[in-house]
Design a protein around this ligand. Structure first.
Ligand SMILES: [Fe+2]
Ligand SMILES: [Fe+2]
Length: 166
């Protein structure tokens, strides 16, 4: 049986993952409207992944005798200065999520809940992968600057990554 404090914290994290899914969907929609088809595809796929992260917490919490409950979520940003700027926002958001996962791990150890600490390791690993993925994408955007040709190729590359990932 999971403790009340951990149940509350996991419900907060369910909200964070749901929010992430919505943030990336809103970003994907902006990309689509701006004609960045590859980036749109990549971000729609990523939005789906965040929903899976959310579901994984929902199933876990209910399995452990808690009750996963959805909360009110904020409206995500709908407009961005540039594609490069959008990916800077993605990176900041992923760094925030990593900190939240670390806090959950801390709480699991404090409550001596090793099952939850063990379950959370999947997310710790996932955050390492996501931060590394987005930092490599950001490097390319920083190099491209506002060079139209370079941005065109980056958009195509993102579309191919999305396809490879499915
Ligand atoms: Fe996530
Ligand atoms: Fe993520």
């Amino acid at each position: 049986m999971i403790s009340k404090d951990l149940e509350k914290a996991i419900n907060e994290q369910i909200k964070v993952e749901e929010q992430s899914s919505r943030i990336y969907m809103a970003m994907a929609s902006w990309c689509e409207a701006e004609g960045y088809e590859g980036a749109a595809k990549f971000l729609y796929t990523h939005s789906d992944e965040e929903r899976q992260h959310m579901l994984k917490f929902v199933y876990y919490l209910n399995d452990r005798g808690g009750h996963a409950q959805l909360q009110k979520v904020e409206e995500p940003d709908a407009k961005f200065k540039s594609l490069g700027d959008l990916f800077e926002e993605v990176m900041k958001h992923e760094q925030f999520v990593s900190k939240e996962i670390d806090k959950l791990v801390d709480l699991a150890y404090k409550e001596k809940d090793h099952a939850t600490a063990n379950f959370l390791q999947w997310y710790v690993q996932e955050q390492i992968e996501e931060e590394s993925l987005f930092s490599s994408i950001l490097d390319k955007f920083r190099l491209a600057g506002d060079h139209k040709g370079a941005l065109y190729h980056l958009d195509r590359e993102l579309g191919q990554r999305a396809t490879a990932h499915q």
